[in-house]
Write a protein of this length. Structure first.
Length: 465
């Protein structure tokens, strides 16, 4: 028969019968022998059953020369005990057997030959039997169990097993020719479009440059600062290489040089909060108030004095001058520990000077005033210790008042004593304390009317940080 055709139904007068080999021949012409798979991941994987001489093959399908094989349940295969002194290599194979007595596809253990250097047994592939190898495993001498590490997966080796693939060829040369023609045509179109685009871009850039040059040239005399205007009258400053204005470009005025800031006879330097820096920060209280400790401050240095005492009247029963009043109690550069944000009440005035719970300075608790001058004798002016106020001059044989106690500690004099009555005129009043904490001068004595004593000065408190 020169022409073969398959498969058709039979009729009553034309019986069509087919052999299994006919179907196998059909499928083998379009599908290769191997394992069926999903995304190149094969089935029928062999593995060792731990602690035994068995291997187990997972479920899966295969095509064997056009015949279908399927394993629906994991299948266990047994390997024989090895020799005491020699290893061997077995194979787990899938065997197609076309002999009339068999006509099947089954999994088998194909046992190798024991040897000093064993090799895997060859696969049988002839007109009746065709084998593919799923795995080989080394069976080590004198053992009763197989090791997973001795098993080698051979399913993806195309010459031993492989995956099912289509045997239908694709006319790639024809496809390639069509693609080359398409690409050539499109390349020409793209080249033409690209050339047009590049020309348009070139023209746009030329126009843009012309517009820019025209605009820039206009700005040189309208809105821009010319180089010739820098450092000139009615122009702008031309800064030096440090970004500072040279003195010869500044107008005539009194400048403060940096070297004068924070120096004696100079000016203070303020921080970003407007407070003095370089330990020059301070606040002066001459009346009651509240001091809030600045941010970041933990120490304060306090100087202060209480109010000075008033001067004294002429003593009762005689005409000698009155004594000067005592200066206020004084403290200088006293350091206290505080907390930032702390609120401290301050009392300052004609009485005691108080700084919270830290300091209390007593009115009249400082240096004594001078004694008044004597009566009907060579009187002398009274003096307060430490440079206190001078007594007033006596008037002839009449007494003068004593000087007031020192103000601000020893630094300043108290009030001057009142003059004694002279041969003419009347006694004078004692002078008032003129600096914080100074005592008042004593009343001038002599004949009546006597002078009046002077008033002590109010206190002061200076807080530094």
């Amino acid at each position: 028969m020169s022409q073969i055709y398959k498969f058709f139904n039979s009729s009553t007068i034309d019986k069509r019968t087919y052999q299994a080999s006919d179907f196998a021949d059909y499928f083998s012409s379009v599908l290769s022998t191997g394992l069926l798979h999903t995304d190149n991941v094969p089935t029928l994987a062999a593995s060792v059953v731990s602690g035994t001489m068995n291997t187990i093959v997972s479920v899966g399908k295969a095509i064997m020369k056009g015949h279908l094989y399927e394993n629906t349940t994991p299948l266990t295969l047994s390997h024989s005990i090895p020799e005491p002194t020699l290893d061997r290599i077995d194979r787990v194979v899938l065997r197609l057997d076309l002999r009339n007595a068999e006509r099947n596809i089954l999994l088998h253990v194909k046992e190798g030959i024991s040897a000093t250097y064993p090799v895997a047994p060859d696969l049988q592939r002839d007109n009746f039997v065709y084998e593919i190898s799923l795995a080989q495993i080394r069976v080590r001498k004198n053992t009763t169990q197989l090791l997973q590490s001795d098993l080698v997966d051979e399913r993806l080796k195309q010459d031993l097993c492989g995956l099912v693939s289509s045997l239908i060829s694709i006319p790639t040369s024809q496809f390639q020719a069509q693609w080359d023609l398409f690409f050539s045509n499109k390349s020409g179109e793209i080249s033409t479009v690209a050339a047009d685009y590049m020309q348009t871009l070139h023209d746009d850039l030329i126009r843009f440059k012309a517009d820019w040059d025209a605009w820039f040239n206009r700005q040189q005399t309208d809105g821009f600062i010319m180089q010739t205007e820098k450092g000139k009258p009615n122009g702008v400053l031309q800064l030096d290489d440090k970004g500072k204005a040279p003195l010869d470009q500044l107008p005539d005025m009194d400048y403060v040089r940096l070297s004068e800031k924070g120096r004696p006879n100079g000016i203070p330097i303020l921080d970003e909060e407007g407070l003095l820096v370089n330990n020059l920060n301070y606040r002066i209280f001459t009346s009651n108030g509240t001091f809030i400790v600045p941010k970041g401050v933990t120490k304060l240095v306090v100087t202060g004095i209480a109010a000075g005492e008033n001067g004294y009247d002429v003593p009762s029963g005689n005409s000698s001058g009155g004594s000067g009043g005592r200066g206020g109690e004084y403290i200088e550069n006293y350091t206290i520990t505080v907390t930032a944000g702390q609120s401290i009440p301050v009392t300052v005035g004609s009485g005691n000077t108080v700084f919270g719970s830290y300091i209390t300075l007593v009115k009249g608790g400082g240096y004594y005033g001078g004694s008044g001058g004597g009566y009907s004798s060579d009187s002398y002016a009274g003096y307060g210790p430490g440079g206190a106020g001078f007594g007033g001059p006596r008037g002839g044989a009449y007494a003068s008042g004593g000087g007031g106690g020192a103000g601000l500690g020893k630094m300043y004099s108290g009030g001057k004593g009142g003059d004694g009555r002279g041969n003419t005129g009347s006694s004078k009043n004692g002078g008032m304390g003129t600096v914080p904490g100074a005592g008042g001068g004593g009343a001038g004595g002599g004949d009546m009317p006597f002078g009046s004593p002077g008033s002590g000065a109010n206190g002061i408190l200076i807080v530094g940080w």
